[in-house]
Design a protein around this ligand. Structure first.
Ligand SMILES: [Zn+2]
Length: 76
């Protein structure tokens, strides 16, 4: 399994945020709670992670983020 970070505020398991028009695979992953879809409006400094309590924060490791998104979109 990917090394998924936890929320720095509440310690819950982090979920990657996806921006932009979601693909069907991304919609499925979101429905399963593996990613969160934040829509097409991308802020200047977008947050990359969210948690079940709706905290959001920026990734400090793009490789971990990318791996988590890959894992979410390529179901296993
Ligand atoms: Zn949290």
């Amino acid at each position: 399994m990917a090394n998924v970070p936890v929320c720095p505020v509440c310690g819950e398991r982090a979920v990657p945020i996806l921006y932009g028009l979601p693909t069907p695979v991304a919609r499925e992953a979101a429905a399963a709670g593996k990613v969160r879809l934040f829509g097409c409006v991308i802020p200047a400094e977008p947050d990359n992670w969210t948690c079940p309590q709706d905290h959001t924060w920026q990734a400090d490791d793009d490789q971990v983020l990318g791996a988590a998104i890959d894992a979410a979109l390529h179901r296993d």
